[in-house]
Design a protein around this ligand. Structure first.
Ligand SMILES: Cc1cc2nc3c(=O)[nH]c(=O)nc-3n(C[C@H](O)[C@H](O)[C@H](O)COP(=O)(O)OP(=O)(O)OC[C@H]3O[C@@H](n4cnc5c(N)ncnc54)[C@H](O)[C@@H]3O)c2cc1C
Length: 477
């Protein structure tokens, strides 16, 4: 290896000698890659293909000691650092131009203690890795709806999905975390050790250090649940959404139903004449006992005249993968998100208007229904910004060619602006794209100032800045 010029924290360049790089590489159990390595392009690629950044070095960590040495190397040379878990984040902060990318994806182990109902999870594990190990024993951690997502980024932002209303956000099951802080030390964060850091990790993203292990409490679940899709013609969307909203008012915590609006993909159970036509999909999961599933889902399933209803018993781990084929890596993606307290008639009207102008066959709007157990925890109890919102909207523009950038991004931004007056003002930081750096303070709402204080203590020089960045100085971004 030769001397290498790397991007530093002042956005200038620092030259690191070949000897220093070789000494660093020699200590690591994992590999150190540069642009000359055959796997370099594959390792720097992330889920959102709009992000095409080229780190000067990539360190693939095999364990916590590798992460400690990587952080010390970055700190000593004042290098720009990016941290990659599952590589799914829309903003693309898992990879940086010119700096050091700390790649945790080789660290994938998941160890389950069945008797104690606990799981120790390394930060390169995906949701599928976690489900595969926990569901083998009829246990689960509440996570998200796309199984290739990384557990690390999802957890640090909060994490919600099909069983959140029953068991809380992913962070509500977090018992403790091992963290490498900006000073290069490995510490433990829990309710009793470094409790301020533990508070910040539960929603504060990658701002406070690199988590090398998560310990989760596990919940009894399944392995069978009742789940599936009810597909409605878009012409009925207004009435269906009004009744959906009503049905959710009395839904038990075991029942979660999200509304998705898009052009129908060629799903095998949909008559061919519907493929490519706009539809409203009610995607639901009931995680209570099978005997009560029919009654619990009846109200939602009796709405309107659906084109198809494929709700039934299925393995939870399989349902967690149901949306994977529509969310594969390699496409261009841009997201905009709002938190809503309610789905007002006006908001519904704005959403439907945007569906009439969908800029492409893969673009969609989804409304996630949260609340339940996640909403019964005080907003100030963890860094996660908003416990009171009942709905989280994500406008998901997705397309294939750069020529579509303007139309697709423009569509998402216009809908975001139109819906803004009806939103709460906070936002789920895991849904924020790279151009929303100035929204971070507002996104965290009343929790932002405490996050800034903790950032000052644990990362005063903002080594961990490739994220939805909480500024140590405390001013809005
Ligand atoms: C298709 C798709 C579906 C999704 N569905 C859901 C959903 O249902 N529910 C939900 O809650 N979210 C969902 N998300 C959002 C998801 O939670 C975020 O994208 C999350 O950041 C992904 O984590 P990752 O580890 O894969 O990402 P990465 O891009 O690898 O990491 C994201 C950021 O997290 C930080 N980070 C990662 N690992 C560590 C670590 N070990 N220590 C410290 N910081 C770290 C870094 O700042 C990094 O930039 C979805 C995302 C996608 C793309």
């Amino acid at each position: 290896m030769n001397d290498i010029s790397l991007m530093n924290l002042q956005a200038g360049n620092t030259t690191v000698s070949a000897a220093a790089i070789e000494a660093f590489a020699g200590q690591q159990r994992g590999s150190l890659l540069d642009a000359g390595d055959a796997s370099y392009d594959e390792v720097r690629a992330i889920w959102n293909s709009m992000i095409d950044r080229k780190p000067a070095l990539i360190v693939q960590c095999a364990g916590a000691a590798d992460v400690v040495r990587a952080v010390r190397f970055a700190r000593d040379n004042r290098l720009l650092v990016a941290v990659r878990g599952g590589g799914h984040n829309i903003a693309g902060n898992a990879v940086c131009d010119g700096g050091l990318m700390i790649d945790l994806s080789p660290m994938k182990s998941v160890r389950v203690d069945v008797a104690a109902k606990r799981a120790w999870v390394e930060p390169g594990a995906t949701l599928a890795d976690v489900d595969s190990e926990t569901q083998s024993f009829g246990l689960a951690v509440p996570t998200g709806i796309n199984s290739t997502t990384g557990i690390a980024g999802l957890t640090l932002g909060g994490g919600f999905g099909w069983i959140t209303r029953k068991f809380g956000l992913t962070i509500d099951s977090l018992v403790c975390a091992d963290v490498v802080t900006a000073d290069g030390n490995l510490v433990r964060a829990s309710e009793t050790e470094n409790s301020d850091l533990f508070w910040a990790l539960r929603g504060g993203g990658g701002n406070f250090g690199i988590v090398t292990a998560f310990e989760f409490k596990l919940h009894d679940l399944g392995p069978q649940v009742t789940a599936g899709l009810v597909v409605h013609p878009f012409k009925d969307a207004q009435t269906v959404l009004e009744q959906y909203r009503q049905a959710l008012e009395t839904a038990p915590d075991e029942l979660t139903c999200w509304a998705v609006m898009r052009a129908a993909p060629p799903l095998p159970f949909l008559p061919e004449e519907w493929h490519g036509k706009e539809v409203l999909v009610l995607a639901m999961c009931y995680c209570g006992d099978a005997a009560s599933a029919e009654t619990a889902t009846a109200r939602l399933r009796s709405i309107g005249k659906p084109i198809a209803d494929v709700v039934g018993p299925c393995p939870f781990a399989g349902w967690q993968q149901a949306f994977d084929p529509l969310l594969t890596p390699g496409a261009r993606n841009y997201w905009k998100s709002h938190d809503f307290m309610e789905l007002s008639d006006t908001t519904i009207g704005i959403l439907l208007d945007a569906v009439r102008r969908l800029p492409g066959p893969e673009c969609e709007i989804f409304i996630a229904h949260v609340g339940g157990a996640a909403g019964r925890i005080a907003t100030g109890a963890t860094a996660f910004p908003q416990r009171n919102a009942h709905f989280i909207m994500n406008v998901h523009a997705r397309w294939r060619e750069p020529a579509g950038d303007e139309a697709c991004i423009g569509w998402a931004r216009r809908l975001f602006e139109a819906a803004k007056p009806y939103s709460v003002g906070t936002a789920y930081i895991n849904f924020m794209p790279e151009d929303e750096g100035d929204r971070v303070a507002a996104a965290y709402g009343s929790n932002y100032q405490r996050l800034c204080e903790i950032k000052r203590r644990y990362d005063p020089h903002n080594l961990f800045r490739m994220n939805q960045n909480v500024l140590p100085r405390g001013e809005a971004g």
